[in-house]
Ligand binder design. Structure first.
Ligand SMILES: [Zn+2]
Ligand SMILES: [Zn+2]
Length: 320
């Protein structure tokens, strides 16, 4: 499809501008997607406000956005599973397929990944995006394209729950009730966790956690969260903790809250990149620490989970 489209470019730190640019042309294995919704990720905000995340430095003009849903308007000659009119969620990372990590199935660790809105690769804040068809997942009729965009953060939640080996009947604590904390809660519930408590310092966020099915919430600025979990679960603690807040205190508290032999999944990045943990207690309890970098092969199951809406309190839209 030829023509012009609107594109939002970051032209400097804190400065966005809408420009006209060419509609991208597609390769045989790609589809052209008319973008309908794009989530604003914490990383987009960070690039917008600071111009960099670690070694990734924005060189303007740069296009932000990687959580996208839309409708296919054109399919490349080699594409067989998608056609114009199909609504899709777009997984943002294109990997090499040949390296050790890709071959092991851990493609999210591919060193040559090309990921939307990670400099120098442009993102999806534009009307049309050309994307590898393999990374565009068709949405069922009862999942809309806004939900399609939010499959991206939901996939992080599922990856966290799966890294933690979450399973039916377990007890868990999620630290942080921002978007990733809430999707971790949804993933844990979908995977059968019986009791999920959410810790945050903002009541507004905790209220959303309750709406999305948390068993209970704890405002860590008002009560000692460790004591509260001990009140509920005794000295045994919970099976699993997922730390999404990036707060050092939360990471430390998670060690006190999980049971002996339990698992902690670290998802949140701390402001300094460093976290001090109570090592003796960690060793005494033989706790497993797992970490999360994005996700791998989770879009199909996350889309199915949304289509099923397994939890009766899961609203039509879980926008967070
Ligand atoms: Zn994101
Ligand atoms: Zn690779």
């Amino acid at each position: 499809m030829q023509g012009k489209m609107k594109q939002v470019i970051m032209e400097d730190i804190g400065k966005l501008k809408i420009i006209q640019s060419d509609i991208p042309s597609i390769k045989p294995d790609e589809v052209l997607v008319k973008v309908e919704y794009v989530g604003i990720c914490g990383s987009d905000l960070h690039y917008f406000e600071h111009g960099a995340i670690g070694d990734y430095i924005v060189k303007p003009p740069f296009v932000l956005g990687h959580e996208a849903g839309g409708t296919v308007v054109e399919a490349g000659a080699a594409v067989t599973h998608l056609k114009a009119g199909d609504r899709v969620a777009m997984e943002p990372g294109k990997t090499c397929g040949h390296c050790e990590f890709c071959k092991e199935g851990k493609y999210n660790l591919c060193p040559d990944v090309i990921f939307f809105a990670t400099p120098p690769v442009d993102g999806t804040f534009q009307e049309y995006v050309a994307h590898e068809a393999d990374l565009c997942f068709k949405l069922p009729d009862n999942v809309d394209t806004m939900e399609g965009a939010l499959i991206e953060p939901l996939s992080v939640g599922f990856h966290a729950a799966m890294q933690g080996d979450a399973r039916i009947g377990q007890s868990a604590v999620v630290f942080g009730a921002g978007c990733i904390g809430l999707v971790s809660l949804l993933a844990l519930k979908a995977m059968g966790a019986a009791e999920v408590y959410v810790v945050d310092v903002l009541d507004k966020r905790l209220n959303m956690a309750m709406k999305l099915g948390a068993t209970g919430v704890i405002n860590g600025s008002q009560v000692n969260a460790v004591e509260k979990i001990k009140e509920i679960f005794g000295t045994r603690g919970v099976d699993l903790a997922i730390e999404t807040s990036g707060a050092e205190k939360a990471a430390q508290q998670s060690v006190d809250m999980v049971k002996k032999g339990g698992t902690i999944v670290m998802v949140g990045y701390s402001a300094t990149g460093m976290v001090t943990l109570p090592m003796s207690n960690l060793l005494n309890k033989e706790i497993t620490i797992k970490t999360v970098f994005r996700y791998r092969h989770i879009y199909p199951l996350a889309i199915k989970a949304v289509a099923q809406r397994p939890h009766d309190r899961l609203p039509r839209r879980f926008g967070c």
